[in-house]
Design a protein around this ligand. Structure first.
Ligand code: NAD
Length: 484
């Protein structure tokens, strides 16, 4: 059985305490994962700090870009190993791991290689009262040691989204992937070794959050900046840890995203779009739509079409032909989703579709599957309409006026993303500007140009990453002011 180890100072390292890596597909134990103790976290941070004084410090931006390209090539060479690792940990369909997760991992490194090669600084001229000419310019420097804490829902995509720009800017990193999806990050460490990344620049530690690797890392005084993707509550805890020492933070947190379907939409495209935005990755994408608002004239027809579509989704083994949905990440997470299924009934929901566990009659009955689920009939203040479930579920409600739906979409503690479906672009622009979210999609969903800012408002996060926003977060600007 496999043992996943940490990667510190260019070497794989084991620690005595381990935990099980359990398959959500059929409940089998896939292997063991080492859990980092405080001493190992110390070693990883010390290695990252020392790397800031080593050869890495002398790499030009262009040389760092070359390293990123070698990492991208390394992932491509072992593409199918990454796909297999991601699928085994998470139960997602193989075609999704190929076209989304691992492909985006490669793309993240290529994008930030290009961006750092082209990144410039700021330059200004002015004349003082006594007639001197003054020019000022900025120099981009790394923060030093960046801690990267990532979740299980899109493990490779979200980890590389942060590792790539952090390394592009010259930092060294200590990454802690989720305890539920440790495998692709461990493969990435092998790729780092093969790509000749200097020792200590990329360090990987495994473990849990509280009183484990995550907490030891985020509390460590030699960590200069923390970037985190995960639950809003965890973000708040990490923010307290980061306050000690006034470290920089970037947070990509939870969501309770809406889809707004206007009566003038392309009906079939909107149905297909909402099926995707509600059920992709079994609803475990921070951007998934759990609240769907449909303009009243097409409401009944839309709910019927959504039900038909959801009931056609094929749930099954990751490599089955035509499979659309795999398992949830774990039994623990399924228990949480099933509690919401139960709560929705208590809150008076009509269960239009799903609401339970699919029966397979084989070993998958030991897995962590749930049915794609559609609710109607809940009030706007029901907990199931306000709280993030993070499963394949949406609540569909009718609306009558644009100002009404804008108010209802904005009436949320979260503010991550909204998808709008309409053929009236004037209306789309007008509504988009009034939504208090970080991202609005019009007639699409989860389509990303990586140069654009990404992040959320309120409980959905702090700061923006993407393109130059990532370069700004992962670097420290020094202004040089010259009296010529
Ligand atoms: P989580 O917060 O439970 O865990 C995320 C990571 O934080 C894990 O590696 C975990 O071990 C670590 N962690 C937990 N407690 C910690 C602590 N006290 N100190 C340090 N580290 C700690 O989140 P999850 O369940 O893995 O992921 C799902 C959540 O992530 C959802 O809320 C989802 O919306 C959110 N998410 C947001 C985005 C975004 O871009 N906004 C993207 C993906 C997922």
């Amino acid at each position: 059985m496999s043992l996943l180890r940490h990667f510190v100072n260019g070497e794989f390292v084991a620690t005595p305490t381990t935990f099980d890596n359990v398959s959500p597909i059929d409940g089998r134990t896939l292997g063991q994962v080492c859990e980092a103790d405080a001493a190992l976290v110390d070693r990883a941070v010390a290695a990252a700090k020392a790397a800031q004084e080593g050869p890495w410090a002398g790499y030009s931006a262009s040389q760092r870009a070359d390293v990123l390209l070698r990492i991208a090539e390394g992932i491509e060479r072992r593409f199918e190993d990454f796909v297999a690792a991601e699928v085994a940990d998470t139960g997602r369909p193989v075609h999704q791991a190929r076209t989304l997760d691992i492909a985006r991992g490669v793309h993240n490194f290529r994008t930030f290689a290009e961006l750092i090669r082209q990144a410039g600084g700021e330059y200004y001229e002015m004349r003082t009262a006594d007639g001197s000419d003054v020019f000022s310019y900025t120099v981009r420097k790394p923060h030093g040691v960046v801690a990267i804490i990532s979740p299980w829902n899109l493990p490779m995509l979200l980890l590389t989204w942060k590792v790539a720009p952090a390394l592009a800017c010259g930092n060294s990193v200590v990454v802690k992937p989720s305890e539920d999806s440790p495998s692709s990050a461990t493969l990435l460490a092998e790729v780092m070794q093969e790509a000749g990344v200097p020792a200590g620049v990329f360090n990987l530690i495994h473990g849990f959050g509280p009183n484990s690797a995550g907490e030891f890392l985020t509390r460590h005084p030699d960590v200069d900046a923390i970037t985190f993707t995960g639950e809003s509550r965890t973000g708040a805890t990490i923010m307290k840890a980061a306050a000690e020492g006034v470290r920089e933070v970037s947070f990509e947190l939870g969501g309770k995203n809406a889809a707004v379907v206007f009566a003038d939409c392309d009906f079939d495209a909107a149905v297909a779009g909402v099926l995707r935005s509600s059920f992709t990755n079994s609803g475990q994408v921070c951007l998934c739509s759990e609240r769907v608002y449909v303009e009243r004239p097409i409401y009944e027809r839309f709910v019927a079409a959504l039900k038909e579509g959801a009931e056609k989704l094929k749930i099954g083994y990751p490599d089955e032909d035509g499979v659309n949905m795999g398992s949830l990440i774990s039994h623990k997470h399924r228990d949480k989703v099933l509690e919401y299924f139960e709560l929705a009934r208590r809150e008076g929901a009509t269960v239009v579709s799903g609401g339970g566990i699919p029966q397979f009659g084989d070993i998958r009955d030991n897995g962590a599957y749930v049915q794609p689920t559609i609710w109607t009939g809940l009030s706007d203040d029901a907990r199931c309409v306000r709280e993030e479930v993070f499963g394949p579920v949406c609540h569909v409600a009718p609306f009558d006026r644009d100002d009404e739906v804008i108010r209802r979409v904005n009436d949320s503690a979260y503010g991550l993303a909204t998808a709008i479906w309409t053929t009236n672009l004037k209306r789309a622009h007008k509504v988009s500007r009034q939504l208090r979210v970080g991202m609005v999609w019009v007639n699409t969903w989860f389509l990303r140009d990586l140069r654009t800012p990404f992040g959320g408002a309120r409980l959905s996060g702090l700061g923006r990453e993407g393109g130059r926003h990532s370069l700004d977060f992962y670097s420290e600007a020094t202004t040089v002011c010259v009296n010529a």
